[in-house]
Ligand binder design. Sequence first.
Ligand code: BG6
Ligand code: MG
Length: 206
Amino acid sequence: MKGAIFDLDGVIVDTAKYHYLAWKELAARLGFFFKESDNERLKGVSRMRSLEILLEVGGITASDEEKEAMAKEKNDRYVEMLASLNKSELLEGAEDYLKKLKSEGVLIALGSASKNAPMILDKLEITEYFDAIVDGNSVSKAKPDPEVFLKGAEMLGLDPADCVVFEDSQAGIEAARNAGCGVVAVDINGVLFDADKYVKCLKDLL
Ligand code: BG6
Ligand code: MG
């Protein structure tokens, strides 16, 4: 491993629960219950694609304009939930593992679908560890498309085959495979497949 490419939500920080809560609130307003098992499908997926899956689950159709408004409603609520986000919500071992890789000379990139990623990294005070940042603002194709990880490897100046991706979503694991990277699944619920290695959190790699 010459480069490590990290997903953010659910790998480095426990924001996956806030994404779920915010989507669940939107679903409740639209008149249906959004189950945690259905939420697995939203992990790693862009905001708009997540909304489309949510609406499909609820059997709701909406115009593009309505969808824009719903995506904004969810994101405003999500950002509100993150107002007091701080280092205490880093997942176990995340910062120590970043430090370890840095000390070993491994290059580090972020490969996240989130447009909120830069703000979250700042709140967690971990921006400095990253040699490259690829987020929802800089990619046009959502995971499982490999774009996010191919861009990450390119920004690090590395061959994708020399990079390992750390992911908590099935879409992300497939994206890493499609990019030709190695992949470690951060799989707290034991639901992921097709990875090279499985851990509960990054602490397991220390
Ligand atoms: C991913 C999350 O990291 O980012 C998804 O796993 C989320 O659940 C996606 O939808 C987009 O995030 P944001 O912050 O741009 O709405
Ligand atoms: Mg994730």
